[in-house]
Design a protein around this ligand. Structure first.
Ligand code: AQP
Length: 341
């Protein structure tokens, strides 16, 4: 993906990647196929920063114990799925105070109408009508702060986050035009297959972390027999052909999952299952997911046995991230006209 609008303020460095995931529940196969699976390999080409977005997690109601456990679990999972903390900057968002600071500053360069148009805000407001808090409304501005602090060029995300990246670009351009080039204007990058994985029990709804105990979401830490059960029960249709089409949402979703898991195309998956019945096809998709997730679960369990080591990685990541973030934040304060000491 080419970015024609990048205003790179630091020409010496490699291009930068930033992405994050919030610890709101159990990470799903949707999170993995839509975004996370591409993160480890990006270190070959880019300087990468990845965060557990714990500040974002409190925009929905969450118990303290759950937030703490989800955050540690997600941090360990990111390492387990291949993010090497020596080659990437991996950190917990709340450990770098600059995120909240820049968010406040950027609030003043974001229009109320722009934030009101965000579909995720509308969807989440409908889901929790008794907790439509200002933080939920401000979510995309905090996300813009996350990205802009690190002068990120590329933001790998699933489909649902593209609108937020667009708003981030608007805010960055507005600030750059009002003062002088300050922020790199980033581009969002989505994968060809897997940018939106749907629920297995309702293939018209996005597979989400906070979907609870139902069979619609496959969680990355689900045991193999649970994964197999969920795929075997996946909703399909009353046809018999394993073919992607608009009126076959369930089968199309399963073909997409298979293609994204095997790094192949939907067309080639269709050919592979030309003569298969639905039961065989669903079992094969399940097996592919089990095989992909097995080593991740094993590495995860080993990492969770040593909390001390995990804390050290968190500390080191936060220090490195804070150093970069401070440079941007200082520049922003100065440009706006704050007295600096
Ligand atoms: N179903 C999905 N298909 C493809 N990509 C997805 N992502 C999320 N769901 C799917 C991508 O995963 C990354 C991390 O997501 P997030 O935690 O930052 O926020 P989210 O998009 O709100 O994720 P969830 O799973 O839907 O969480 P809840 O249920 O708590 O709201 C992002 O890049 C996202 O695009």
């Amino acid at each position: 993906m080419e970015n024609k609008n990048v205003q790179n303020t630091d020409t010496e460095r490699r291009k930068r990647v930033f992405s994050a995931i919030k610890p709101t529940g159990n990470p799903t196969l949707g999170n993995y196929l839509g975004a996370m699976q591409y993160w480890p390999q990006m270190a070959d080409e880019y300087d990468c920063l990845y965060a557990v977005a714990d500040l974002h997690a409190i925009t929905v109601a969450i118990e303290p114990k759950e937030l703490r456990e989800n955050s540690k679990r997600l941090f360990a999972l990111l390492i387990a799925m291949g993010i090497d903390p020596e080659k990437n900057i991996l950190f917990m968002q709340s450990h770098v105070g600059a995120h909240s600071e820049l968010c406040w500053l950027l609030n003043n360069y974001t229009m109320f109408g722009e934030a009101s148009r965000m579909t995720q805000f509308k969807d989440k407001s409908k889901k929790a009508p008794d907790n439509i808090n200002v933080g939920l409304f401000d979510y995309p501005v905090l996300m813009a702060a996350d990205i802009l602090l690190y002068q990120a060029d590329v933001v790998p995300v699933g489909d649902d986050q593209l609108q937020h990246v667009e708003l981030c670009r608007t805010i960055a351009n507005r600030f750059n035009n009002r003062y002088s080039p300050t922020f790199t204007v980033p581009v969002g990058k989505t994968p060809k297959y897997g940018a939106r994985i749907f629920s297995l029990s309702d293939p018209t709804a996005k597979m989400g972390k906070s979907d609870g105990a139902g069979d619609g979401s496959v969680f990355l830490l689900d045991p193999p027999e649970v994964i197999m059960r969920k795929f075997k029960r996946a909703v399909t249709d009353c046809d018999t052909k394993v073919k992607a089409s608009k009126d076959k949402a369930g089968i199309t979703n399963l073909l997409t999952i298979y293609a994204a898991l095997n790094n192949t195309t939907v067309e080639s998956a269709e050919r592979e299952f030309e003569n298969a019945d639905y039961a065989t096809f669903k079992a094969r998709v399940g097996e592919a997911a089990v095989e992909r997730l097995r080593p991740i679960r094993e590495r995860y369990e080993a990492l969770r046995r040593d909390e001390g080591a995990l804390c050290e990685i968190m500390n080191a990541g936060a220090e490195k991230a804070a150093r970069i973030a401070k440079r941007t934040l200082d520049k922003v304060y100065k440009k706006i006209g704050f007295v600096r000491i």
